[in-house]
Write a protein that binds this ligand. Structure first.
Ligand SMILES: *Cc1c(COP(=O)(O)O)cnc(C)c1O
Length: 462
């Protein structure tokens, strides 16, 4: 009865899994401002060729270069844990497992793609990467990866997190990156937003505008931009999580997973964990696959499936995705990484198809669940991850009511050792729940009412 199910370095996956190859209804293309599909060449000023190729690929399996596997070997394969402590506390007949992505040097799943992106940029002669960061996990993951691979790194960090999470900034600086609060005076986009509202808490969408601008305006053309979630190539790199998990479940003697759960911000840790299971579901397996989001940023559960831009000012193409509207300024909840207005097109299309069963959970239930987890399993998780735990607990209680021995697996996307302020506020009784009102969603969506509309067609099988 193993508590941690481990793999050897040799078992780090040799290929990534690309769901685009198997989606029953195909992905809808990104569109330019003229409403015409964006050609891969149009992405060249911001991304290296190898990543653009992956972005548009419809190949099912894509080889992972040996050098990338060697970087990943510094912390991978990550352990799969059996949550005996949590099971006992809940008195559930369910067997609960979690994949522990918090053991990476940056403390989350994010280095899985940061390493791959830094590697391909370096290989194509790029000198510097710019990016945005919300809670700071992505910025620190990219700073870490740039240090290993040998690139400069500039991070635009959403103002509210910059103030709430000063230690993430110190991590980035320790790894040699520059980190500024966004909106910043360093870009035109930043200056425009500051002129409109000098006290703005900022948003990921604004920070993306700044980071893209800083890359494309480099007079020496030595800078490219890097995105930590949402895009197809990012989700692709994260699939090492789910591929390892499936091997580990097999080692633990499980024939299948019944319920697969991950929290969703832009969708990358969920997708990386869940897509290898979606592959089984498309092939006929009975699996409930649950992306979990906050009620304060209910993209999948309350947003429409639309074409919307990925940033706040139209530097990015239009993506077919669930969205709350790019002008959405989220409530300052503690799960900073789950406050993005859109959702990855691959996760969105899988939701349209009915392959996923999204849920929204309020922050108090999430923190309550995180405390129970800390007191039974020991790990203090990131506030983002607490959404996956809250959903896992709901499912484990349901299994108890139904008297079913289900196998529930969730992705522990990161630790919360730099998010203790959220825990402190929760334990002091200072946090409240926030449900995003429908009128605000309607009002935000006004801004995109003239954008093209994606097809809602689905096979109807799920
Ligand atoms: C960034 C982050 C998330 C949310 O981003 P996704 O792209 O949706 O995975 C979730 N958990 C942790 C720990 C994160 O750092």
């Amino acid at each position: 009865m193993a508590t941690r199910i481990l793999l050897s370095e040799d078992e780090i996956p040799r290929q990534w899994y690309n769901l685009a190859a198997d989606l029953p209804t195909p992905l809808q293309p990104p569109l330019g401002p003229d409403g015409k599909p964006v050609s891969p060449e149009m992405l060249e000023p911001i991304f290296p060729h190898a990543l653009i190729e992956q972005e548009v690929s419809s190949k099912r399996w894509i080889d992972i270069p040996e050098e990338i596997r060697q970087y990943l070997a510094r912390w991978r394969p990550t352990p799969l844990h059996r949550a005996y402590g949590l099971e006992k506390a809940l008195g559930t007949p369910a067997r609960i497992y979690y994949k522990n992505e918090s053991v990476s040097p940056a403390g989350s799943h994010k280095p899985n793609t940061a390493i791959a992106q830094a590697y391909y940029n370096k290989k194509e002669g790029v000198k510097r990467l710019t990016t945005e960061t919300g809670a700071g996990q992505w910025g620190s993951a990219l700073a870490f990866s740039c240090a290993l691979v040998g690139l400069e790194c500039k991070v635009f960090m959403v103002r509210i997190s910059f103030d709430q999470k000063p230690y993430r900034k110190v991590m980035m600086q320790t790894w040699g990156a520059e980190c500024v609060a966004s909106p910043s005076p360093d870009t035109k986009a930043g200056r425009d937003f500051l002129a409109k509202d000098p006290d703005t808490p900022g948003s990921l969408a604004i920070a993306i505008s700044e980071a893209v601008e800083a890359a494309v305006t480099d007079p020496k053309h030595e800078t490219k931009y890097s995105l930590g979630s949402v895009l197809n190539h990012v989700l692709l790199h994260q699939t090492v999580i789910g591929l390892e998990t499936k091997k580990q479940l097999e080692k633990a003697g499980e024939k299948k997973a019944d319920v697969v759960i991950g929290c969703v911000g832009g969708g990358s840790n969920f997708a990386g964990f869940a897509f290898p299971f979606v592959y089984d579901k498309i092939a006929g397996a009975q699996i409930e696959i649950i992306p979990v989001e906050p009620t304060s940023c209910p993209t999948l559960t309350k947003g429409p499936f639309v074409y919307d831009i990925g940033d706040a000012s139209g530097m990015t193409p239009l993506l077919a995705m669930y969205s709350l509207g790019h002008n959405f300024i989220p409530a300052p909840i503690h799960a900073g990484g789950l406050r993005y207005h859109g959702m990855a097109p691959l996760v969105s299309q899988a939701t349209v198809e009915g392959l996923l069963a999204p849920r929204a959970i309020p922050q108090l239930e999430c923190f309550e669940s995180a405390l129970l987890f800390a007191r039974t399993e020991g790990i203090i998780v990131a506030p983002e991850t607490s959404h996956a735990i809250a959903s896992t607990i709901q499912e484990a209680k349901r299994a108890k009511e139904e008297g079913k021995e289900k196998v529930i697996v969730f992705n522990l996307s990161g630790h919360g050792l730099l998010d203790l302020k959220g825990y402190q506020s929760y334990m002091a009784g200072e946090l409240t729940d926030y449900v995003l009102p429908e009128e605000i969603i309607r009002k935000n969506l006004e801004a995109i009412k003239d954008f093209p509309k994606p097809s809602l067609a689905k096979t109807g099988k799920w």
